[in-house]
Design a protein around this ligand. Sequence first.
Ligand code: LMR
Length: 394
Amino acid sequence: MFENLKAQPADKILALVQAYREDPRDTKIDLGVGVYKNADGVTPVMRAVKAAEKIVWEEQESKAYVSLTGDPAYSDAMIKLILGDAVARENVGAAATPGGTGACRQAFELIQMASPEARVFVSNPTWPNHISILNYLGIEVAPYRYFDSETRGVDFDGMIADLGQANAGDVVLLHGCCHNPTGANLNLIQWQAVIDLINEKNLVAMIDIAYQGFGDGLDEDAQATRLVASSVKECLIAASCSKNFGVYRERTGLLMAVSNDASQTALNQATLSFLNRQNYSFPPDHGARVVTTILNNPELCADWKAELEETRLSMLALRQQLADELQRLSGSDRFGFLAQHRGMFSRLGTTPEMVEKLRADHGIYMVGDSRMNIAGLNAKSVPILAKAIIDSGI
Ligand code: LMR
């Protein structure tokens, strides 16, 4: 049997991690995988996470199974964090999942189960693993225009024109905030236009929200998701705690199935439960328990918010510093988009050959599509990157 296996394409983002590790140059800069790093290049355990882990360690009496959709208190706390008061709790089915990827995977399986003919419209570009999982499941992928390589902003007319080709029942996958990989985001007026189109054409909205709190603030980053959830007939929301709680390896995510008809919720919830059982049975609990402990403890929650806000502001400062430095070196405003983008990533908008040149000549690692993890920078490496970009003729 094993001899029938075919080598699968390596994940380009994760392959970079290895290549970076193997590079002996001490001047190398890692702008690859989406992991937050502080100015010392460390991905810290957040203060509130440490404190919550201590509480869990002291208070937890059992490691017996919880429930197929995880601890309901986790779902409640996360729904409140993401949806606020936009939707009544009784309209939301929710299941803990192994990270945001697990939530996406379960969402795609639910789509396939409920609507086998549906295509999933994804932004061009999107997080490559969206496409990889959809292909693996045999779900048809339909890209819609998103990134304008001239302005490095959103090609909104292109997006609307392409979504206009969707048929009733097709799914539109949107990034709730901090678009990965481009950093270019819709404004609320544009979100409303997308919602109108979804409703007009009877499409299904799916939101992937993996960076809440990394863009304009916790509530600000959830605004679009709340608007969608409260305006459409039904939607799926895949959320991740990996980044905003820094619990990457704990695999802490949530899938929500939101319906404007509360009588649908029991079936949605049962389906999420069934899907968890088929794929991995009980979802991981530790990260979810830590997150719940933080969100339900006013002191810890305030401290978590404060540290998250510091993180967000540090990334914004790096964006501004890079844009300023590039303006100084190039004598033009053509890199101003870096300060406009939000979240962990920006797409520089250069060729794979240039990306390779930056790696070979300067030890700068970014994803081949020129996605940079802004959090991989610090005040000292920004001028080095800016000079490398200009010296390379980008
Ligand atoms: C990324 O886009 O770099 C992150 O979401 C990590 C991953 O799993 O790809």
